[in-house]
Design a protein around this ligand. Structure first.
Ligand SMILES: C[S@@+](CC[C@H](N)C(=O)[O-])C[C@H]1O[C@@H](n2cnc3c(N)ncnc32)[C@H](O)[C@@H]1O
Length: 323
């Protein structure tokens, strides 16, 4: 299911975590873990003791280790190893405050640097589904202790998050397409700078055409966003591009650099959103994962159920008790 090269994925996620987000679904979990996902994790963590060893796969900036440690005393917390393909930067964490939690950047789920049978619980929140399925499952089963458990929250193809994601992706595509708003902004910006430098461009055919193309691109994005579920994103993009154009001085260099940074940020966001949609599981894919797990681990019992709350469907909750 991997659609883009791994270095691009790693760098898109590293940039996201470096910007300080605690988790990947900003909005859905901002209110905390009071709903279905919180209940799922409370259930998984309830029986853990200080001698347990927990592995968090695709941890991001570590919302799960943070949640787990928030429920108990620092010295009574299970040992947690949290891995991610990307460089992560959990702002809430220092080794001195959380001596039992260790983060490992640049570690793929398909190749885990831990001994056989090491962990009593393996967890992942919106992370496991991003892996190459079979090698990652084999690694989980290798590092899982006899009688250990696995619990994953995964993206659901019909979830609220996937719906919003599809809408965001459509906007990203629109902004970045050839001749779209970002291209139109790059076209008009140098003319704007020349006007700022005092040049009279009123009768200038190319300058006027660039300005018209820019205005048309803004109208087009605004009209298009009205049909979608995430119109705020388009509004923010239009505002941001306007700010950059407005900041252009006689020397257009800094504004052009800002526009280029913004384009890169949008490209990274498009990649992350596309990945989320690509890896979200429908019911038959969720069942196939359960079957695959039970085949690889004879005697294990796995189940996958939808997690919903008032806002709608949030994801899948998968649990497996080992043998
Ligand atoms: C949607 S984020 C989830 C992060 C975090 N668990 C959370 O709840 O916010 C997905 C994460 O999976 C990581 N990832 C993707 N493929 C991976 C792999 N093969 N091995 C390890 N991490 C991976 C990405 O770098 C990213 O940080």
């Amino acid at each position: 299911m991997q659609t883009v090269d791994e270095e691009a994925r790693r760098s898109a996620w590293s940039a996201y975590w470096a910007a300080g987000q605690l988790h990947s679904c900003v909005g859905s979990l901002d209110a905390g873990y009071g709903g279905a996902i919180g209940q799922f994790w409370a259930q998984q963590f309830r029986t853990l003791g200080a001698s347990d060893r927990v592995l968090d796969l695709a941890t991001g900036n570590g919302p799960l280790p943070r949640l787990l440690s928030s429920t108990r005393d620092a010295n009574d917390c299970p040992h947690v190893d949290a891995v991610d393909l990307a460089q992560i930067a959990p702002a809430w964490y220092t080794p001195a405050d959380y001596p039992r939690i260790r983060f490992h950047s640049g570690v793929r789920m398909e190749s885990l640097p831990f001994p056989d049978g090491h962990f009593t619980l393996i967890v992942s929140q919106f992370g496991f589904e991003y892996a190459h399925r079979e090698p990652a499952l084999r690694e989980c089963l290798r590092v899982l202790a006899p009688g250990g458990r696995m619990a994953f929250v995964m993206h659901h193809a019909g979830s609220v998050l996937a719906k919003v994601g599809r809408s965001e992706l459509a906007i990203h595509e629109r902004l970045l397409e050839a001749g779209g708003l970002l291209d139109a902004a790059s076209g008009v910006l140098p003319w704007f700078a020349r006007a700022r430098a005092g040049e009279d461009l009123r009768g200038h055919v190319v300058a006027n055409a660039s300005r018209s193309a820019y205005n048309a691109a803004i109208s087009e994005v605004t009209a298009y966003s009205r049909q979608l579920q995430a119109p705020d994103l388009a509004r923010e993009a239009v505002d941001q591009v306007h700010r950059i154009i407005g900041s252009a001085a006689a020397d257009p260099g800094p504004a052009l650099a800002a526009l280029s940074d913004y384009r890169q940020a949008l490209q990274a966001a498009r990649l992350r959103t596309a990945e989320m949609i690509d890896h979200a599981l429908d019911a038959s894919q969720a069942q196939a994962l359960v079957a695959q797990l039970e085949t690889l681990c004879a005697g294990a019992q796995a189940q996958c159920r939808p997690l919903s709350q008032a806002e709608g469907l949030l994801g899948w909750g998968m649990e497996m008790a080992g043998v």
